[in-house]
Design a protein around this ligand. Structure first.
Ligand code: CAA
Length: 260
């Protein structure tokens, strides 16, 4: 597929996806979503790829939100009948079993913050700014902002962000646990790609199961989570990559993975 609103580039085992509407601060319209669904499906299907990075073009924004101009005159019935925004979770988050990282350069507001939070983790540049300013538009987050932000930073900060619409800078985002680390803007892409390369170099089944295990922590009780974790660990012990990984450790060499 050819893309108009995003750029997709495979660099070795890493897929780099760039939101490419800098003139609109990479606002997320329906075409961006459709193209991202295609790009994530292609990433997931390509066995040579092990991790993806999503970022925004330009230095100013990762994404400044869902496209307000697209939504401004849309009747409420259309939002409901199309189940507007449902595709982000159902066709990207739930169908992407391989790990992916958001490299947030600049504004990540509304849907932009929500897209970043859909990723497995966030690396932010020093100029990154996160926010859920939907309240100022007379609405509320619609792509997971109230839910994922509350889980990431806790009730008090999530309420503060959603009710005031204020932005959180990169330092506050790191302190709050929203992002895993902050790097200078000039280093952001290299850092995210290097991190993605490390992940792509891991045994693929173990990478998928580690991701699944952490996600289960947000969906279930501690008892069930611990049980699921043990079962996944036990399943992985049957893999050829486990045999190779432990043998390689003893032989003091790097493992060679089969993905089975
Ligand atoms: N949708 C559509 N266009 C947008 C946009 C968005 N979310 N954000 C910015 N743009 C456009 C602007 O309209 C402008 O286009 P024109 O040059 O054609 O006028 C261009 O991008 C540059 O933006 P600004 O001139 O506003 O740039 P700035 O530096 O003065 O301000 C900003 C930057 C503070 C991020 C400001 O653009 C802004 O507040 N944007 C909107 C943020 C927002 O409210 N996001 C939430 C959207 S709703 C949502 O996401 C719902 C959900 O839960 C999914």
């Amino acid at each position: 597929m050819s893309y108009e609103m995003i750029l997709v580039e495979n660099r070795g085992a890493v897929c780099l996806i760039t939101l490419n509407r800098p003139q609109a601060l990479n606002a997320l319209n329906s075409q961006v979503l459709a193209e991202l669904i295609e790009a994530f499906a292609a990433f997931e299907a390509d066995a040579s790829l092990g991790c993806a990075v999503i970022t925004g073009s330009g230095e100013k924004a990762f994404a400044a939100g869902a496209d307000i101009k697209e939504m401004a005159d849309k009747p409420a019935a259309d939002f409901f009948n199309e189940d507007f925004f449902s595709g982000w979770t159902s066709q990207i988050v739930k169908t992407t079993r391989k790990p992916w990282i958001a490299a947030v350069n600049g504004f990540a507001l509304g849907g932009g913050c929500e897209l970043a939070m859909m990723a497995d983790f966030i690396i932010a540049s020093e100029n990154a700014k996160f926010g859920q300013p939907e309240i100022k538009l007379g609405v509320a987050p619609g792509m997971g902002g109230s839910q994922r932000l509350a889980r990431a930073v806790g009730k008090s900060k999530a309420m503060d962000m959603c009710l005031t619409g204020r932005m959180m800078d990169a330092a506050e985002a790191e302190r709050s646990g929203l992002v895993s680390r902050v790097v200078p803007l000039a280093d952001l892409l290299a850092d995210a790609l290097k991190t993605a390369e490390i992940i792509a170099g891991m045994p693929p089944m173990a990478a998928k199961m580690n991701k699944e295990m952490v996600n289960i922590a947000f969906e279930t009780t501690l008892d069930h989570g611990l049980l699921a974790e043990r079962r996944m660990f036990q399943v992985l012990t049957a893999s050829e990559d486990k045999a190779e990984g432990m043998k390689a450790f003893v032989e003091k060499r790097a493992g060679v993975w089969k993905g089975r």
